[in-house]
Ligand binder design. Sequence first.
Ligand code: NAD
Length: 347
Amino acid sequence: MTLIAVLPGDGIGPEVTAEAVRVLTALDLGLTFEEAPVGGAGYDADGHPLPSATLDLARRADAVLFGAVGDTRYDGLERRLRPEQAILGLRAALGLFANLRPARLFKGLEDASTLKREVAERIDMVIIRELNGDVYFGEKGIRPTADGRRQGYDVMAYAEDEVRRIAHVGFRTAQGRKGRLCSVDKANVLETSQLWRDVVIEVAAEYPDVALSHMYVDNAAMQLVRDPGQFDVILTGNLFGDILSDQASMCAGSIGMLPSAALNDGGKGLYEPIHGSAPDIAGQGRANPCATILSAAMMLRHSLNRPEAADRIEAAVATAIAGGARTADLGGTLSTRAMADAVLAAL
Ligand code: NAD
């Protein structure tokens, strides 16, 4: 039995996950779905954003399909009880260290990008961001200097095994695509980056079929808007990846179209749209479900070993969009349900 943990969360999360489950069900792959509350919904149900029964389900499941969490209603709670803590808790508990964010421009959405049409239409890349290390997890604090001023500090550090395992994810992803991997760092200034680069070069010896290049992060930020079509797979650390992945996804158009995955080294993953809970449109049936439907496709490819089913879902979304199906974020009038219906019809 293949068990999928469905964690809809808050706001539009339940609306979009319901449509992704409908698409997965239509493929008739023998999947079993079990749902549990998370985020604000977890807090309402159990006094904690990641209730123990939800965490237990996520551990038992073969993969996790996640909606979104967060609402201003919970802003007054202490930090450990805020909805967003559920994502950090799941990442830690499941050992999710590799964040994959594909950014691709679907034919027909060229004008949704803020870039010029001829630049935007070539976007088809994956950014791979390391999730467990870097400056976010180093020693940090605010300390007094010798002359009594306050100084904030956050230590940037990467261990070579952390770099090695994310590098393997990068090379394997490139093998399944156009075979080009661009590692982004700041090795001209940072020792952490120099080690990153050395280790990536070592790992490259195991993947002679992948063309490896290196780019400094400041140049990468520029190239992503100048000529994003040059990239196939970008591999980078936690801090640089946080920034570059948001930049790349916006170059590709609407936030409602962009999926993501967070993987551990056992093939398990958490799959979620990159958008949040969108409280401004929640409950109105206006959310675009495509990002979550495409996240379900990533789940089939990366955790369930069903790449042909993943291809079918992605092709169905492309067909629906090319055929003119549009929710409000894409300038159309379709409801969440009607957009998923268009994808199902194409399927
Ligand atoms: P958001 O992504 O929820 O919304 C930003 C804008 O994009 C809104 O105008 C929204 O209506 C629109 N939008 C988002 N998804 C859409 C979709 N599928 N279809 C159509 N339009 C869509 O970001 P925000 O407003 O900054 O945050 C709202 C809440 O979500 C906050 O509580 C935040 O902490 C949380 N959040 C959660 C996650 C997550 O669960 N992984 C990620 C980001 C933000």
